[in-house]
Design a binder for this molecule. Structure first.
Ligand code: NAP
Length: 301
């Protein structure tokens, strides 16, 4: 029996664990894959207050060690159900656990293009993580799809050792910060393909080209590439909580800045909840808010 169970060991979940343990609550984190969430794939973080720059992996590892050093437990099992009676029962792929309060901190997963060969060619030229898989494409031609900070960071990273990097984006304007975009524009081996969407993938055993359709002219063209890095944002993964938490149309847990949900004792933190700014600092801050709210809830039981 735990005081607080946290689903997800990304920045929000790990921050919540630090606050919960320091408040004297017996805390467990459930994580299906590895600690750190998506930040683990970010080569360099430069906008976390108080840290000039750090890799996502080092940041996540430090946060993980910190949470464990305060006594939080981590269980590497996938949560398949959360039910509430007089307490919460958390079912995983390997067992059941009980807790007085639960924090959903499941983050989000990579959005897919939804193209026919996308799944089949994943790991055969298609990747969602440039820092994980970029090294396989040394000296080759690759494309990055997307116009946000992740896409621009990925393209910058890949331009360091790929022959050519195409940045394919569906419109003229970018969501990415202007500074990093400007630096990328100055690279000789980077070409921007704008107002273009990828409408087909070419290759049987491995990717050999992408077909792009110009949004303005409707014209299709083929770009020969060995690799395609898809960086078109994230989608939440909250279906398992749909009974005990209200989800919005996109699947995010409906919540305000107090991190509460429709079920007393159930809180949510980080990218998995409805919010305007999804940043590392807001995920960490949500973790603190949700953990302290869970402590107050338990103390009043
Ligand atoms: P994002 O900001 O949501 O950008 C997603 C990009 O993909 C957008 O340019 C979007 O185009 C495009 N897109 C979405 N769906 C598409 C589709 N079906 N087909 C083609 N293109 C599509 O996602 P992100 O870059 O992963 O960033 C997520 C959050 O993390 C953001 O808040 C970002 O600032 C933050 N982040 C921060 C840092 C940093 O501060 N160092 C690094 C990485 C990420 P439109 O623009 O046309 O909608």
């Amino acid at each position: 029996m735990y005081d607080i169970a946290i689903v997800g060991a990304g920045p929000a979940g790990l921050s919540a664990a630090i606050y919960a343990q320091r408040a004297g609550k017996k805390t467990v984190l459930f994580e299906a894959y590895t600690y750190g969430g998506q930040i683990i794939n970010t080569p360099k973080i430069e906008n976390y207050p108080g840290i000039k720059d750090i890799s996502g992996f080092d940041y996540a590892t430090g946060l993980f060690d910190q949470a464990l050093s305060f006594g939080a437990e981590i269980v590497f099992e996938q949560v398949t159900a959360v039910n509430k009676s007089d307490r919460f029962v958390i079912t995983t792929t390997a067992g059941t656990y009980e807790a007085q309060a639960v924090i959903i901190a499941t983050g989000a997963k990579n959005r897919h293009l939804g193209l026919e060969k996308e799944e089949a060619l994943t790991g055969r030229g298609i990747s969602y993580c440039a820092t994980c898989d970029g090294a396989f494409f040394k000296g080759k031609n690759v494309a990055v799809n997307g116009g946000g900070n992740t896409a621009i960071e990925d393209a910058t990273f890949l331009s360091g050792y790929c022959s050519k990097v195409y940045v394919i984006h569906r419109r003229e304007g970018f969501r990415a910060e202007e500074g990093s975009l400007q630096a990328l524009r100055e690279k000789d081996n980077v070409e921007f393909v704008l107002n273009a969407t990828i409408t087909d993938l070419v290759g049987e055993d491995k990717l050999s080209a992408v077909v792009v359709t110009d949004k303005l002219s409707g014209q299709k063209s083929e770009i020969a590439v060995d690799g395609l890095f898809i960086a078109i944002g994230q989608v939440p993964d909250n279906a398992v909580f749909s009974e005990i938490a209200e989800l919005d149309q996109s699947g995010y847990v409906l919540s305000g800045e107090d991190c509460t949900t429709k079920t007393p004792g159930l809180f949510t933190a980080g990218d998995c909840r409805t919010k305007h700014v999804r940043q590392l600092v807001t995920a960490a801050s949500d973790g603190a808010v949700a953990a302290l709210a869970a402590c107050t809830y338990i103390d009043k039981l």
